[in-house]
Design a protein around this ligand. Structure first.
Ligand code: PLP
Length: 414
């Protein structure tokens, strides 16, 4: 059986976690802070906060920006449910838009639905390929003339909506840590970028996430970091580490915060993962993806995914983090695709579909979202099959997957 994406856990990871366990400090502490500093250096930003998941981190972003009932957040129809769920959690309305042929949110569609109620835009880097951030930032700027900030809002010392004066652009980079736009790492394009370190993601901490801040100059990012740090720990103004100083027991709570901090056990895994990410993880994933593409690209029954885009000033416009291998079956119906998956699975190869578009999920269907309004999302979804990509997948196993896919397609589609 070839699994879909087991994590890379080896002696080095185990040793790092053991050291953390034996260090006497297992919750948020020195390892988490070191992980944050190294993530910030990697992304080329000044401040990163590491939290317990993409979901809780990005929900906290919506709360920081004061988003709630009456507000709208624009998201692609083609994404994982987390992107939409956080909007529901804060009581706002997710406004869905269709995607381009490369699976990422279409900026032209975003422009059609922006309104004075739009408070946030969340593009998604599906499979690791960055969305068209330049065009999306342009749409956000275009909203300045009609943006209506909440007046009684305070997050820390500022009213962020008044200070920004347009919808916040929060990038769902759950798949795209290490991807690049014009040579720059993902993290310096949106206002805030959210990463996921869930077990199946490129870089894992078992569960975890992080936010990279890249706000306009006038924002006090140090103050933002403090706000997020405090709000991830019940709104308590002293964390556990600060309270260990003799006599420093007294603390205060000014707001009912949340509980979504990262532990040093998670950070210990993350530090090992980050250290070998560029030299080892990404090249291996790229090698696997290219081997698949070599096998499928000249066969008209398949459409291979896009990993690198046109060249600009010597660097590719976009380069993926090689998170998913999203193969498409040209001309297949949804039902045929499903039968191809059954046949691949019978050959002991695990595959997946990324994603069921939001309007196909009962909850979002009941909310009134209709699949027929997002024809490109449906078209992509109905022909998509994600193939296994993980560090320990061998070239021989890649060939087994290729043969299983070819045989299954031959059986179902002729
Ligand atoms: C995994 C994923 C998330 C959620 O990440 P968690 O860390 O599990 O909360 C959000 N968006 C996308 C596109 C994802 O694939």
């Amino acid at each position: 059986m070839i699994p879909f994406s087991p994590p890379r856990i080896d002696d080095r990871t185990v040793k790092a976690v053991e050291e953390a366990l034996r260090s006497g400090w297992i919750t948020t502490g020195p390892r988490t802070k070191e992980f944050e500093r190294k993530l910030a250096a990697y992304c080329g930003v000044d401040h990163v906060i590491a939290l317990n998941s993409w979901t809780n981190a990005c929900e906290l972003v919506l709360r920081w920006y004061g988003i709630g009932p009456g507000d709208e957040v624009i998201i692609p129809a083609y994404t994982y449910c987390a992107t939409a769920n956080i909007v529901m959690h804060v009581g706002a309305k997710p406004v869905l838009v269709d995607v381009r042929d490369d699976f990422t949110m279409d900026p032209a569609e975003v422009k059609k639905v922006v309104s004075p109620r739009t408070k946030c835009i969340i593009p998604v880097d599906v499979g690791g390929l960055p969305a068209d951030m330049a065009a999306i930032m342009e749409v956000a700027e275009h909203c300045r003339s009609f943006f209506t900030p909440a007046v009684n809002l305070r997050s820390g010392k500022t009213n962020p909506q008044l200070a920004l004066g347009r919808p916040l652009v929060l990038s769902d980079a759950a798949h795209s840590f290490g991807a690049r736009i014009k040579g720059a790492p993902v993290g310096v394009q949106a206002d805030i970028t959210g990463f996921s370190f869930h077990a199946v993601k490129n870089l894992t901490t078992a569960e975890g996430g992080a936010l990279a801040f890249h706000m306009p100059e006038r924002f006090d990012e140090e103050g933002m970091y403090k706000w997020f740090n405090t709000m991830s720990l019940h709104g308590q103004n002293k964390d556990a580490l600060a309270k260990t100083r003799p006599g420093a027991w007294r603390y205060d709570v000014e707001q009912a915060g949340y509980k979504c901090n990262m532990t040093d056990l998670q950070a210990a895994i993350g530090l090992v993962e980050l250290d070998r990410y560029d030299p080892d993880t990404i090249p291996r994933r790229k090698w696997i993806c290219e081997r698949y593409s070599e096998a499928f690209k000249n066969d008209p029954r398949f459409i291979v995914p896009l990993f690198v885009d046109g060249v600009n000033d010597g660097s590719p416009l976009r380069e993926s983090s090689y998170h998913l291998y999203m193969l498409r079956l040209a001309n297949a119906t949804e039902d045929q695709r499903d039968r191809v998956i059954e046949a691949i699975s019978a050959a002991e190869v695990s595959v997946n579909v990324h994603f069921l578009p939001l309007p196909m999920l009962s909850f979002y269907k009941a909310e009134g979202h209709r699949m027929e309004n997002f024809p490109r999302s449906y078209g992509l979804y109905s022909q998509e099959i994600s193939l296994p990509v993980y560090y320990d997948l061998s070239g021989e196993q890649v060939d087994i997957v290729v043969n299983a896919v070819r045989a299954a397609v031959g059986e179902v589609l002729g």
